[in-house]
Design a protein around this ligand. Structure first.
Ligand SMILES: [Zn+2]
Length: 50
């Protein structure tokens, strides 16, 4: 069973909850991101500012 949770705030892809497993991440600001957008965000955050 797939339940539509919302759309990715980054790429506007539909995010579903599959059998209790969300195929994305909800931030503390209640924004939903798919894993692809989370990965690109993580890479930016991990890179130290030079
Ligand atoms: Zn996305």
């Amino acid at each position: 069973m797939a339940e539509l949770v919302g759309e990715c705030a980054g790429c506007k892809k539909d995010i579903y909850c599959l059998d209790g497993f969300l195929n994305g991440v909800v931030t503390k600001d209640k924004e939903i991101f798919c894993f692809e957008c989370i990965d690109s965000n993580d890479e930016k955050e991990k890179n130290p500012q030079s």
